[in-house]
Design a protein around this ligand. Structure first.
Ligand code: EPZ
Length: 430
């Protein structure tokens, strides 16, 4: 049980209280993809028309992006669970609000969209999770290749292009955000823009499908070469966002970590094949078909080694949650992080809970301990926060997690979903 005295003390900040040590069991449907939604909402703003998006999660990053777009003149309203109605006919302003953009990385998509739609953009340099230096130099190079003049001034990225021209652009490091932004900026340019070394994430494919519904001729999404033939005559569309592969992965990891039995229904299982392979290697039983995934772990798990990589490799966004599981897996485990150099914000927090964990360079190593013990910990960023939740669910005793604004950026209804799987979890308001 969650102790009343724990609830009564320190009401100054909002926190999650989790009483761990109970196996998670049950079936769950995850929300639509957060990162897909961010790209697709920005893409829908390219068409001066109404669009309807289904399966949009009401997480904080999505709500912040909607506020940014409203400030530019777009109307946006949730008219049902996951149903978002957009009207971009009056989107005429090209200067995005400073405070809102500072709160999230995906505000950079507003630059590509405004360049494509209005030929000019003034967008504050983005904020977002503190997981590495996260510059925007690739985006700038991409816009310049399309003929835009780009300067950084007073904290703003200012881009201007009376006429964009199609071009061929090599996407450095297969950057997800740069691929999306180039798709947005080129979607209204007549002629063919070619992206080489493009990101292949499912969110890229999802965005490409929406763009094609708007009237863009786009081929190759999901491969490393994407060809975009833009059109000045885009129209609105109705589209359903794919399920969130990182949210699904988080609950499956939590199920395995607590020696439970979790089924994610209506999930595109091939989107998390790399995770499922590692869970199997760690000793969990995985049953996946094209429409759903079941993960069980009746016995103890064993350590594994993982390198994060662009899709279809092991997603960096699932690294912290897997690390939380591996703290209690027998033997030695290692995760090498190849995308974001500071994605280890969770390691010190897991140590407070009794984990034997150390970070050296780009690699975190863990030696499994028989049990973690509940402790006050902080969600240092979005996925580090998810790792705290996984650790709290597998630990003995109660854990208090603060820094919930980070978790709320990307998880809709986290407590309700976990409670439906049998977790003892409660949000204590500030
Ligand atoms: C997207 O970030 C996701 N964000 C991230 O999800 C995800 O971790 C990441 O892709 C990798 O899959 C959104 O979709 C909103 P990148 P993004 O450009 O686009 C470097 C989550 O937890 N780089 O593919 O920012 C960069 O620093 C989030 O949901 C530059 O150097 O990632 C990184 O090392 C966090 N210059 C690498 O490239 C640039 O201009 C790949 O980053 C751009 C990127």
């Amino acid at each position: 049980m969650i102790r009343a005295d724990a609830i009564a003390t320190e009401r100054t900040v909002e926190k999650l209280l989790i009483e761990g040590g109970r196996p998670l069991r049950g079936r769950l449907r995850v929300a639509g993809g957060k990162n897909s939604s961010l790209a697709i909402i920005a893409a829908a703003a390219l068409a001066p028309d109404h669009s309807v998006l289904e399966n949009v999660p009401r997480c904080r990053d999505v709500l912040t992006l909607l506020d940014i777009l409203r400030a530019l003149g777009m109307a946006a309203e949730f008219t049902g669970p996951g149903r978002l109605e957009l009207d971009a006919r009056r989107l005429t302003d090209h200067v995005a609000p400073y405070e809102l953009c500072r709160q999230m990385r995906a505000s950079i998509y507003v630059t590509g969209m405004l360049l494509g739609r209005l030929g000019r953009a003034e967008v504050p340099l983005p904020g977002g999770c503190v997981i590495g230096s996260r510059p925007v130099d690739f985006h700038i190079r991409g816009f310049e290749t399309l003929g835009a003049q780009v300067v950084t001034q007073h904290g703003f990225l200012k881009a201007y292009a009376p006429r964009l021209t199609p071009a061929t652009f090599y996407v450095p490091r297969s950057s997800v955000g740069t691929t999306i932004n180039m798709m947005l900026a080129s979607s209204r340019i007549p002629g063919v823009t070619v992206l080489q070394n493009a990101a292949r994430e499912p969110e890229i494919v999802d965005t490409a499908v929406l763009l094609s519904l708007l009237g863009v001729h786009i081929r190759g999404a999901g491969t490393s070469t994407i060809m975009i033939e833009g059109s000045g005559d885009l129209h609105g569309a109705t589209y359903t966002i794919i399920p969130d592969r990182i949210e699904a992965g988080t609950y499956l990891i939590a199920g395995a970590a607590t020696h439970g039995d979790v089924v994610i229904v209506d999930m595109i299982s091939e989107h998390i094949t790399a995770l499922l392979t590692k869970l199997t290697e760690a000793g969990a039983t995985v049953d996946a078909d094209p429409t759903g995934i079941r993960v069980r772990a009746e016995t103890g798990l064993r350590g594994v080694e993982v390198d994060t990589a662009p899709y279809p490799g092991f997603a960096t966004d699932l690294h912290p949650q897997l690390a939380a599981l591996l703290t209690m897996a027998a033997g030695r485990s290692a995760i090498r992080e190849t995308i974001f150099e500071k994605r280890f914000g969770y390691a010190d927090e897991l140590r407070r809970m009794g984990a034997d964990i150390r970070v050296e360079g780009d690699t975190v190593t863990m030696t499994g301990v028989p049990t973690l013990s509940g402790a006050p910990v902080e969600a240092m960023d979005l996925r580090a926060g998810a790792a705290m939740v996984v650790a709290a669910l597998e630990a003995r005793g109660s854990t208090e997690i603060t820094g919930l604004e980070n978790i709320d950026r990307g998880y809709e209804g986290l407590e309700q979903k976990l409670r439906s799987l049998g977790a003892r979890i409660q949000r204590i308001p500030a």
